[in-house]
Design a protein around this ligand. Structure first.
Ligand SMILES: NC(=O)c1ccc[n+]([C@@H]2O[C@H](COP(=O)([O-])OP(=O)(O)OC[C@H]3O[C@@H](n4cnc5c(N)ncnc54)[C@H](O)[C@@H]3O)[C@@H](O)[C@H]2O)c1
Length: 356
């Protein structure tokens, strides 16, 4: 394809803003030709923020997909809508980017992967951790052998609770903290290990009244899983909504000859003491007064800018994304999250039958 990839952005709020900056920063590759959200002001605000001018606006996603001449439909909608919108887009011959988690059920995720194959189109799974420069640096440190042989990893995403109402019910979200936040460390570790996990055990706070803090939320507000991989390494993966002070994205590695810590969200080189407070410090921080470490180019450092560029390069050539970012990887990650829930609920160890 000689021309730019034409993108229809569906959803115009939080994650759409992350993606929009990605498009705004690869004008050589992509152009946003349509934006859809059932709340019109959000569309116009988003377009104004990124100076998108020649776009069509729709409130209904079917109208948008039917009428906007685009190559890629980028789904930045609540989790339960990813499946229906993706199937509609594939039926009309578009590539699809889906935000995480790929769907709310494993069955829906499988259908999405199948629908892409049937349509001869690509399904891209938006896992930004795979483009975070600090995590890529960490992978190269492991690769060069600086830690010796890796034995154990820890990875987590935690904060104080989602801004979106759909996350409060299992039907609309697919679960609690593990499916909504933990899917990042799960997807990242699976990509690193080429999806070759062998067994896992997990616990969660259980959801509803059993939760530590979020007793009105159906899904769990705390979850942890120990997972083993075919290469003999293991990892502790965590997600929770009981973490105050801003989002915590951490990756740690223990090797035979060294160890490594990556702190994605509090590693800013800027340290500020402010009595009135800075306008923004870090995602989900409750306060910005006193000492803070305001994020520098947060969208780049969390991987969104690289992720969008990669998808645009792939869509231009009609190619699959790299491992970890294909629809099938989103499906496998969701399958693992659901096995984490099964292990926690039934108090059992789960063995990966697919590797037998
Ligand atoms: N990769 C990340 O780090 C990251 C961060 C945040 C959210 N997400 C994912 O992005 C997706 C969206 O989350 P969000 O935080 O942007 O949610 P949000 O609540 O901020 O925005 C959702 C938008 O969808 C619109 N919408 C809902 N139903 C619609 C419909 N039927 N038709 C048209 N518009 C509709 C809403 O009006 C809203 O503007 C979720 O799947 C979430 O998991 C990913």
């Amino acid at each position: 394809m000689d021309k730019k990839v034409r993108v229809l952005l569906i959803g115009a709020a939080f994650s759409a803003d992350l993606h929009a900056e990605g498009y705004a920063r690869c004008p050589d590759l992509a152009t946003v030709v349509g934006i859809c959200d059932k709340v019109p002001e959000r569309v116009h605000d988003l377009a104004a923020r990124y100076n998108f001018k020649d776009y069509q606006f729709y409130e209904d996603y079917k109208d948008a997909i039917d009428n906007v001449d685009c190559d890629v439909v980028d789904i930045c909608l609540p989790n339960f809508l990813h499946h229906d919108v993706a199937l509609y887009a594939f039926e009309r011959g578009r590539h699809v980017i889906s935000e995480k988690p790929i769907a709310t059920t494993v069955e829906d995720a499988y259908e999405m992967v199948q629908a892409a194959e049937k349509a001869g189109k690509k399904l891209y799974y938006a896992e930004d951790w795979l483009f975070a420069p600090a995590l890529n640096k960490a992978l190269s440190v492991i690769e060069e052998g600086a830690l010796g042989r890796p034995m154990f990893y820890r990875a987590r995403e935690c904060h104080s609770g989602s801004h979106s109402p759909f996350t409060q019910t299992i039907k609309y979200c697919g679960g609690g903290a593990m499916v909504h936040l933990g899917v990042h460390p799960v997807s990242f570790m699976l990509a690193m290990k080429d999806n070759k996990w062998t067994e896992l055990v997990a616990m969660t706070s259980g959801g509803g009244e059993n939760n530590f803090l979020h007793t009105k939320m159906e899904g769990e507000d705390w979850a942890a899983c120990i997972i083993k991989f075919q290469d003999g390494t293991s990892a502790l993966l965590e997600a929770n909504y009981i973490t105050t002070g801003g989002m915590e994205d951490v990756f740690e590695v223990y090797g035979t000859e060294g160890r490594m810590q990556v702190d994605l969200t509090f590693s800013s080189p800027v340290k500020v003491f402010s009595i009135p407070g800075v306008s923004y410090a870090v995602e989900k921080a409750e306060l910005t007064t006193g000492w803070t470490k305001p994020a520098v180019d947060e969208k780049y450092n969390l991987g969104y800018i690289g992720e969008i560029r990669h998808f645009m390069e792939c869509a231009k050539e009609g190619k699959d994304a790299r491992v970890g970012l294909r629809g099938v990887d989103g499906y496998i990650a969701l399958k693992v999250v659901n096995l984490i829930y099964k292990s926690a609920k039934e108090g059992v160890k789960i063995v990966n039958d697919d590797l037998k």
